[in-house]
Design a protein around this ligand. Structure first.
Ligand code: FE2
Ligand code: FE2
Length: 279
């Protein structure tokens, strides 16, 4: 049976700034893009997994699928709250959100369930090595930023690590064809990459008080240690090998710290970061 926990965390964003970490505007923009992407991608995940459930014959896999879908829909609700605050300040960003969601909806209509489960399994399997890099360097990336956004992202990344195996468990059970998933991997990455580019252009259209060159960035303005970046890249590549099992992935120490704090009943809406950056 599944070990996934459903945690509803009462985030409030109100007047949060677009550049929520003034020490790292590029990273602020990148994380905002992840908020937009999360709403579209997690809706897509929930549709695909729900449609897959009718084909699941193993009760343990079905329990995993339901818990996975429930976690993703809770993430999506929290990111919608974040985006609502940004859209209040920049109303044109509603169009950006609509475009991201429409892109996933169109993709869903255009391909069979096998394709979508491959997308979900393939992308979710690279999250752990990538998010580990960000979590391990949280002192550089998040510490100087608005605690509300920092805490949202760290919660989400920890739960992505927690359900790191779910997408592949479902794909392997329902579809099971490794070569089909790998053959489509470039298309999955091209779709996500295209959305990042589109979001940058949208931000330039709708946000008038942040320079365009910052809005087009997709990474931190800081340079993380070379060795850590290479380890993360190696993990991303290894995640597509046929024998890869996310269960054996190296996890950030912070994962245990975060879940421990949650279990002790701490306020997880403000668990990391510093100041409140009002818009
Ligand atoms: Fe998620
Ligand atoms: Fe996920």
């Amino acid at each position: 049976m599944t070990d996934l926990k459903l945690r509803k965390i009462p985030f409030v964003f109100d007047d949060v700034a677009f550049i929520w970490n003034p020490q790292d505007p590029g990273f602020s923009v990148m994380m905002n893009k992840i908020s937009f992407l999360a709403v579209g991608f997690e809706k897509y995940i929930c549709r695909a997994v729900q449609d897959a459930e009718a084909r699941i014959t193993d009760p343990a896999v079905l329990a995993e699928a339901k818990a996975f879908r429930a976690q993703e829909s809770i993430h999506s609700l929290a990111h919608k709250k974040h985006l609502k605050a940004l859209i209040r300040r920049y109303p044109g960003l509603q169009e950006t959100l609509d475009k991201v969601v429409a892109s996933y909806d169109e993709l869903y209509e255009a391909h069979p369930l096998e394709f979508h489960l491959g997308y979900v399994g393939g992308l979710e399997s690279v999250f752990t090595p990538f998010f580990k890099l960000l979590i391990d360097h949280r002192d550089k990336l998040f510490a100087g930023g608005d605690t509300r956004v920092a805490s949202l992202m760290l919660w989400h990344f920890c739960e992505e690590i927690e359900h790191r195996s779910s997408g592949l468990i479902i794909y392997d059970h329902v579809v099971g064809r490794y070569l089909y998933r790998i053959a489509n991997y470039r298309r999955y990455m091209a779709h996500s990459g295209g959305l990042f580019k589109m979001m940058g252009e949208e931000f330039v259209r709708h946000i008038d008080d942040v320079p365009a060159d910052i809005l087009l960035r997709n990474k931190s303005d800081q340079t993380l240690p070379f060795k850590a970046r290479m380890q993360s890249l190696a993990g991303v590549l290894a995640a597509q090998l046929p024998w890869h099992d996310p269960v054996h992935e190296a996890l950030p120490d912070y994962f245990a710290e975060w879940t421990g704090r949650y279990d002790r009943g701490e306020d997880m809406t403000r668990t990391y970061g510093a100041t409140l950056q009002a818009a």
